[in-house]
Design a protein around this ligand. Structure first.
Ligand code: HEC
Length: 185
């Protein structure tokens, strides 16, 4: 052990030729330690004595915020439904979705098979864009119509409504017999 290290102070006490050195901790270390102790006092006070929120509570507040934001943005996607369903780009996109996911029950041209004819003026659940969107989203599980809300994006849902709306009066061959109520408009 060399005595020439400047930062090592020799202490007065020695015993049996053994000299005790004082090697102070670096200031940054002491400062960090003091800060953590002070922090722990406030932390303990807030979370344990003043009943601050638990991690679970903080999480559920944040999750509720996120869910609300998601709901708001999905809700907004359908704000212009009536205008959107008239757009050709949506009709084209809806045709693709329909050919993949809906044709097996509603027929290639929407003429109806297991599910009802979508080209006539008869509707079981109403003929507005909102009515049709609602059936697509929630389905009619007890009648065999699948809910698509979790499968199709908001845009795809709008697109399928647009495509179905465009089928009106197309008179495909071998249509399924009318079901539901007749709508004149
Ligand atoms: C497994 C068969 C099946 C599939 C797949 C299916 N549907 Fe249906 N769908 C039905 C049945 C059955 C009904 C009739 C429900 C009732 O009687 O209430 C129906 C009803 C509907 C209606 C309401 C019709 C009315 O008269 O009110 C719409 C709109 C519709 N489906 C759209 C779709 C779209 C869009 C898809 C694809 C994304 C799809 N369906 C896929 C079976 C299906």
């Amino acid at each position: 052990m060399s005595d020439d290290k400047k930062d090592i102070k020799k202490l007065e006490e020695h015993f049996d030729g053994i000299i005790e050195h004082d090697h102070p901790l670096p200031n940054w270390w002491v400062a960090t330690f003091v800060i953590t102790v002070v922090f722990s006092i406030f932390y303990y006070g807030y979370y344990e004595l003043l009943d601050g929120p638990t991690l679970d509570q903080e999480l559920s507040v944040k999750m509720a915020e996120i869910e609300q934001q998601q709901k708001d943005s999905v809700g907004k996607a359908f704000d212009n439904l009536d205008q959107d369903v008239l757009k050709q780009e949506f009709i084209d996109k809806g045709k693709v979705v329909f050919a993949e996911k809906c044709f097996m029950c509603h027929g290639q041209q929407g003429q109806g098979l297991i599910g009802p004819n979508l080209t006539d003026n008869f509707w079981i659940h109403g003929n507005t864009s909102q009515n049709i969107l609602h059936v697509i989203q929630k389905g009619v599980p007890e009648k065999g119509m699948v809910p698509w809300e979790a499968v199709l994006s908001a845009e795809e849902q709008i697109a399928t409504v647009a495509f179905i709306k465009s089928l009106k009066g197309t008179n495909p061959p071998t249509p399924k017999a009318a079901e539901g109520t007749e709508y004149k408009d």
